[in-house]
Design a protein around this ligand. Structure first.
Ligand SMILES: [Zn+2]
Length: 658
């Protein structure tokens, strides 16, 4: 068992229970209907049985998995019938045995977004228990708040109740017993553990907001049968004694649930007030502002605030990450100026050309699969490219590499020309009707049509539409829940408004030009990899972390390390490339050759991409650092060279390079 002494002590202190209760066997028993308790004396594991197999919530440690196995069998059920394995939250005392349980049963593992990476990596990226490790476990499905888990007529709902961990999950379902229906709630954890920093927490800046959200949700849930991640939450041992005495429905306790939630909320508020008081005191004593906030966050956010005050942008989300954690995340200013609506860390942005590296990554994944090679001629996949001639009358001989390095010379469409195109297949003939401007490979000219041609190749070799392919291969497995070509009605209110700056220095609302008047939710346009994606800072950070980790994320390999290397190494030789000086181009990525000006604070070899409305994402592999800036400003003179980008990167590098 990979578990250090220190973290064990901390985790034990956290639940106020001794080691012995965690490992002590406890009689398996029916809670109600098809719901059973199969955990140890304090580590709760629940079995929900159905005619099509069973669901288990929580594993505990390897040792408690053995206790659970005995319990399940003592009830007359088979471990091999367990089909789905769920979790309360990604702390070792609930999930360290997941890998073993997965092996024993062959069950699929479903985990809430925010905890998925921690479980998959065997404990990496946790807040607080940073050295606690367990055996990594494959996560088969990443859940979002409100997602349903269905099996054999039973439907469990996953409610995101964050704070205790980022993906802490409260499970609810209905159970039938004696002709009556009862609401079951398994609380994920409402506890502010000893050592949790609610104020100025640079590893988990939104922790206090998350806890507050959680209490709102817990109070709103209808509850008859009160259960939790630890038996101690609901007095399991005492309730079991009542059951043994013959009390019917011993676990039906709606009043106990309400009381527990109120009590825990009070405890949270008390700790929060105490920590806030301490932070305030620190401020006055030192005479400096921002003492309660770690300098990394304050320095970055204060710099960004200046550009908001100067009306360069309405608001911004800034994020700095290492390969396995978010170091800084903050939302400043407004998502909408009028009527005023604050920017949030989960605000959604049109990321425009930041879609291009995503397509390049997908194509390299398909190369790893053996479906294509970037040195292949385009006509191998799109026969209509046969006969395409360059300006000198010779065959153009375009390769996928030309497409991804902007050296194809392909012609561009004029605004409105692609209006009728509903698919990438529709748009290819339009590109082919344009003359090729130069012999491919001889010049660098930023090119939209070549990137979309690459997108069409991905569709042809897989037989799947690009939007589906990206969801299946990247966004789903990476847990990028708000990254899409087409926003849903539910996501739409989180889209930050776009602004242009007028000559007299005011910010004026402007549409996303790319959409040509259509709604961000409209599917009446093709999935354009040259610039069609919407995303959030935390989502795009996950994509960047995968690339920075040489193609691996959360224990899953997306891309071979050599493919990452190839994609992010300059392929354009000495050709002059855009949009700022000292750069070259990899496959779909801009690469900094000689840092200068706007890239002066970055290491040589840093790679990334910007978007038309000022969004930026840059990965510095030497510093192992990711910089993400999300803004929506339409008319920067050069969006890759904006002062907002400069200030953000400068403040972050200056603070973190210390
Ligand atoms: Zn916990």
């Amino acid at each position: 068992m990979l578990f250090t002494r220190l973290s064990l002590t901390l985790a034990m202190a956290a639940v106020g229970q001794g080691n012995s209760d965690w490992y002590e066997p406890f009689p398996a028993h029916k809670v109600l209907g098809n719901t059973y308790y199969v955990g140890s004396k304090d580590l709760a594991t629940y079995l929900i049985t159905t005619p099509e197999g069973h669901i288990l919530i929580n594993s505990g440690f390897d040792h408690t998995v053995r206790l659970t196995q005995k319990s399940v069998e003592s009830l007359g059920f088979k471990m091999s019938d367990v089909k789905i394995l769920l979790a309360s939250h990604a702390h070792s005392d609930h999930v360290a045995g997941h890998a073993l349980l997965q092996k024993l049963t062959g069950a699929k593992v479903f985990v809430m977004w925010g905890d998925d990476q921690v479980i998959a990596s065997g404990g990496k990226g946790q807040y607080m228990y940073t050295t606690s490790r367990w055996e990594p476990c494959k996560v088969d499905r990443v859940l979002q708040d409100g997602d349903e888990v269905k099996l054999g007529g039973v439907t469990l709902t996953a409610r995101l109740t964050p704070g205790h961990t980022r993906g802490c999950t409260t499970w609810t379902w209905k159970v039938e017993d004696g002709g009556k229906s009862y609401n079951v709630v398994v609380i994920g954890s409402p506890n502010v553990n000893p050592g949790f920093q609610l104020v100025g927490n640079k590893d988990y800046p939104e922790i206090a907001v998350d806890f507050a959200k959680t209490f709102g949700i817990l109070k709103s849930l209808p509850c008859d049968v009160f259960l939790g991640a630890h038996g101690g939450y609901y007095g399991m041992v005492e309730r079991y004694a009542l059951l043994k005495k013959g009390q019917a429905n011993a676990f039906v306790n709606p009043e106990g649930y309400k009381e527990y939630v109120v009590q825990k909320e009070r405890a949270f508020q008390k700790t929060l007030a105490a920590q806030q008081g301490k932070a305030e005191q620190g401020k006055t004593e030192s005479g400096k502002a921002g003492q309660g906030k770690p300098p990394a966050i304050a320095a970055i956010s204060e710099r960004v605030q200046k550009y908001i005050a100067a009306k360069e942008v309405a608001g911004a989300v800034t994020l700095v990450a290492s390969p396995d954690r978010v170091i800084h995340l903050d939302a400043s200013g407004n998502a909408v100026l009028s009527p005023g609506e604050a920017m949030h860390t989960d605000s959604i942005f049109w990321i425009a050309s930041m879609s291009k590296p995503v397509l390049a990554t997908l194509l390299l994944m398909l190369q790893d699969d053996g479906l294509l090679n970037v040195d292949d001629p385009v006509e191998k996949y799109l026969p209509e490219f046969k006969g395409l001639k360059s300006t000198d009358g010779k065959p153009a001989n375009l390769t996928i590499r030309h497409l991804l390095t902007h050296t194809s010379g392909m012609g561009e469409l004029k605004p409105g020309e692609a209006k009728g195109a509903k698919t990438l297949a529709d748009v290819i003939p339009l590109y082919l009707s344009k003359p090729v401007a130069f012999a491919p490979g001889t010049k660098w000219v930023y090119c939209q049509s070549s990137i979309n041609t690459g997108g069409r190749i991905a569709e042809v070799v897989t037989g799947k539409p690009l939007e589906k392919l990206m969801e299946e291969r990247l966004f789903g497995p990476l847990g990028m829940k708000d990254t899409t070509f087409y926003l849903t009605e539910k996501q739409l209110p989180r889209l930050a408004a776009s602004y242009l700056r007028t000559e007299d220095g005011e910010l004026q609302v402007t549409p996303i030009g790319f959409l040509a008047g259509k709604s961000p939710t409209s599917h009446d346009r093709f999935p354009a990899p040259n610039g069609g994606l919407f995303s959030t800072a935390p989502d795009y950070a996950r994509f960047c972390q995968m690339v920075l980790n040489n193609g691996e994320f959360g224990g899953k390999r997306f891309l071979k390390p050599e493919s990452v290397k190839r994609m992010t190494t300059i392929q354009t030789d000495k050709l002059k490339t855009g949009f700022t000086d000292g750069n070259g181009w990899g496959l779909g990525w801009c690469v900094v050759r000689e840092p200068q000006g706007i890239t002066g604070m970055l290491s040589p070899g840093t790679f990334g991409h910007g978007g038309a409305y000022g969004t930026q994402a840059w990965i510095d592999p030497a510093q192992k650092r990711i910089y993400i800036l999300m803004v929506q400003r339409a008319n920067f003179p050069n969006s890759d060279a904006s002062e907002v980008r400069r200030g953000f990167q400068e403040a972050a590098a200056a603070t973190l390079n210390k």
